[in-house]
Ligand binder design. Structure first.
Ligand SMILES: NC(=O)c1ccc[n+]([C@@H]2O[C@H](COP(=O)([O-])OP(=O)(O)OC[C@H]3O[C@@H](n4cnc5c(N)ncnc54)[C@H](OP(=O)(O)O)[C@@H]3O)[C@@H](O)[C@H]2O)c1
Length: 277
């Protein structure tokens, strides 16, 4: 599997794992089967995946706790990327809170739960319209200067947010919603590609109508003996060398299927047909 180096010193395989789906319904509380969630995490490492994305708000706390329970002490080279800046008020609710004091509290909690002295990649989960970006990122810069964060990433940003963020701190990754059927963040991806910033597309498997029988994904998938989901991941990996998809699942079988997508090679005309679909 191809690799990408985040921030000049964290080499990761380009297909990562999103640890949001190892929690309860509405990303709230513990999963129905915590043992299966831990099996998924151990299998992630066995399969050679070394980028795991999480957040204090997944559960809340549940995803980070499970990662530490399943994987600590961590294998050499495993990059755990977490995020702060959202609160949880109930299942499916995600109010933003990007105040500096809150972000510092989030980061301290993540360090404790993940049993780390330093977080390799800490992402601002979302800009908070009530807090200047300067203040939110200023807090992350302070945490970085204190040695609690190695690199800073941003998430759910517009192109102008990204430009402003980069004037304030060194941004090494952007995590935005992006997939075959949702390319709203194309301008952000282009900026990342131009400047070697990692682009982490969330919701990478939202294949929607393209997966329907007889649709363009379906036909190409069948010719590769693959599933539409694998094709959607393979298309993302081919789309840009800075692309780092993090498909999420609470199932070992789905994880294995998703990781196998990294071996799919699509011909240029197939990529074009998919992009045009
Ligand atoms: N920055 C942000 O604001 C933000 C927002 C959302 C997500 N994220 C991150 O991005 C990651 C990925 O996003 P996501 O989890 O929302 O979307 P996703 O990866 O596109 O889809 C996950 C969904 O697809 C199912 N799935 C996964 N593999 C499958 C397979 N092989 N076959 C059939 N179904 C499959 C999962 O269910 P099963 O569990 O049943 O497999 C789950 O319901 C998250 O885990 C999280 O780390 C970030």
């Amino acid at each position: 599997m191809q690799t990408f180096t985040i921030g000049g010193d964290l080499e990761v395989r380009r297909l990562g794992f999103g640890a949001m789906r190892i929690t309860g319904d509405g990303i709230w509380g513990p999963p129905d089967d915590p043992d299966e969630a831990k099996r998924v995490l151990r299998r992630v490492v066995e399969l050679g995946i070394n980028l795991i994305d999480t957040a204090d708000s997944y559960g809340p706390d549940v995803s980070e706790d499970l990662i530490a329970e399943a994987l600590h002490p961590y294998p050499e080279g495993l990059v755990i990327a977490t995020k702060g800046g959202l609160r949880r008020s109930g299942p499916g609710q995600w109010p933003r809170d990007g105040r500096p004091e809150r972000l510092k509290e989030c980061c301290e909690g993540s360090l404790r739960r993940l049993r780390l002295e330093r977080i390799d990649l800490y992402q601002l989960h979302s800009p908070d319209p009530r807090v200047p970006l300067e203040d939110s990122l200023g807090a992350l810069k302070e945490l970085q200067d204190e040695g609690k964060i190695r690199h800073i990433g941003v998430s759910n940003v517009s192109r102008s947010d990204l430009d402003r963020a980069r004037e304030l701190v060194e941004v090494v990754t952007v995590q935005n919603r992006y997939n075959l059927t949702d390319r709203y963040s194309e301008d952000v991806l282009e900026a990342c590609e131009r400047d070697g910033i990692g682009f982490i597309p969330w919701f990478p498997l939202a294949t929607g109508d393209l997966a329907r029988p007889g649709g363009p994904l379906d036909a190409i998938a069948r010719s590769h003996d693959a599933t539409p989901g694998q094709l959607a991941l393979a298309w993302l990996l081919a789309r840009s060398p800075v692309m780092l998809p993090i498909p999420g699942t609470g199932s070992v079988a789905h994880l294995e299927e998703n990781v196998a997508a990294a071996d799919l090679e699509l011909a240029p005309d197939e990529l074009e047909r998919l992009a045009a679909a």
